[in-house]
Design a protein around this ligand. Structure first.
Ligand code: C2G
Length: 132
């Protein structure tokens, strides 16, 4: 069984996330998503609208996702890849090159981002609507 893993916050779920998850799953048979905890988001200077628990249960409802685990630190990736016997690590190409150290442990794939959508764009657009 070919196992794939990807990491992210996945807040205010949108088509960019779904495109990423669908393409990641297509690279194997089993997709693990390591979803950033609220504490780890603070380290990324991100504040998610949905809590970790809510983001986790939303991801678990997606057909492409087989397992959701917490992302607590930057440093856990090698251990995750080994422990879960991961064959492929996938991220959007805004992270191009940042995780090449994982090439010693698994295949590393950066996929083109979906243009024109992001969680911050959604927040900005909503703020503009609210505030004219
Ligand atoms: N993504 C995408 N297209 C978009 C928006 C996001 O392909 N329009 C991808 C990102 O490249 C990432 C995934 O969707 O691979 C999740 O995006 P975020 O929730 O923004 O994740 P991020 O904050 O980049 O966290 O350790 C890695 C970090 O946890 C990644």
């Amino acid at each position: 069984m070919k196992k794939v893993i990807t990491y992210g916050t996945f807040d205010l779920l949108h088509k960019g996330h779904i495109n990423l998850l669908r393409r990641a799953k297509a690279l194997g048979d089993y997709l693990i998503v390591a979803i950033s905890t609220d504490e780890f988001n603070a380290l990324k200077d991100k504040e998610a609208y949905h809590s970790y628990e809510n983001r986790k249960m939303i991801l678990e409802a997606i057909r492409y996702v087989d397992e959701v685990i917490p992302e607590n630190t930057w440093e856990q990736k090698i251990d995750d890849v080994i422990r879960h016997q991961v064959d492929v690590f996938v991220m959007g190409d805004d992270w191009e090159g940042k995780f090449d150290f994982l090439k010693d442990y698994c295949q590393v794939v950066y996929l083109p981002r979906t243009i024109g959508i992001s969680t911050s764009k959604i927040k900005d657009d909503l703020f503009r609507v609210e505030n004219g």
